[in-house]
Design a protein around this ligand. Structure first.
Ligand SMILES: [Ca+2]
Length: 122
């Protein structure tokens, strides 16, 4: 699934312009401008967590690139499931897919992000 998400995100705009961005309300909106110089942990803002990750050479330059799915980690968005069907809790924290290319050894660049294709819960 993550390879599909990477392809979809890149097809949506592999240029400097991010793919379909849905603004996320509230004080937990990440500051993306500060997230371009570190790997993994630098692309996961405070209050968010790394949900899933895949690596591969997405642009064919021989360097390993990454696709991350990050998820907000706000306990207030964990809701109990009153009908008791399925899971006891519903995790309503939003998820975002990030496509990160390695331009030079150790230098990573966010080229696409979006939350329109990631389900908000399991
Ligand atoms: Ca590459």
């Amino acid at each position: 699934m993550i390879a599909f998400l990477a392809a979809a995100a890149l097809a949506g705009g592999a240029t400097d312009a991010p793919a379909e961005i849905q603004p996320m309300p509230g004080p937990s909106t990440p500051s993306w401008e500060s997230l371009t110089s570190y790997r993994d942990i630098g692309f996961v803002p405070r209050g968010w967590r790394l949900f899933d990750k895949a690596e591969g050479d997405l642009d064919g330059d021989g360097r390993t690139d990454s696709v991350l799915i990050i998820q907000e980690n706000d306990p207030a968005k964990m809701r109990s499931n009153p009908d008791r069907l399925g899971m006891d809790y519903h995790d309503a924290n939003p998820r975002i897919v990030l496509v990160i290319l390695q331009d030079n050894p150790g230098q990573y660049r966010l080229v696409a992000k979006g939350n329109a294709i990631i389900p908000d819960h399991d």
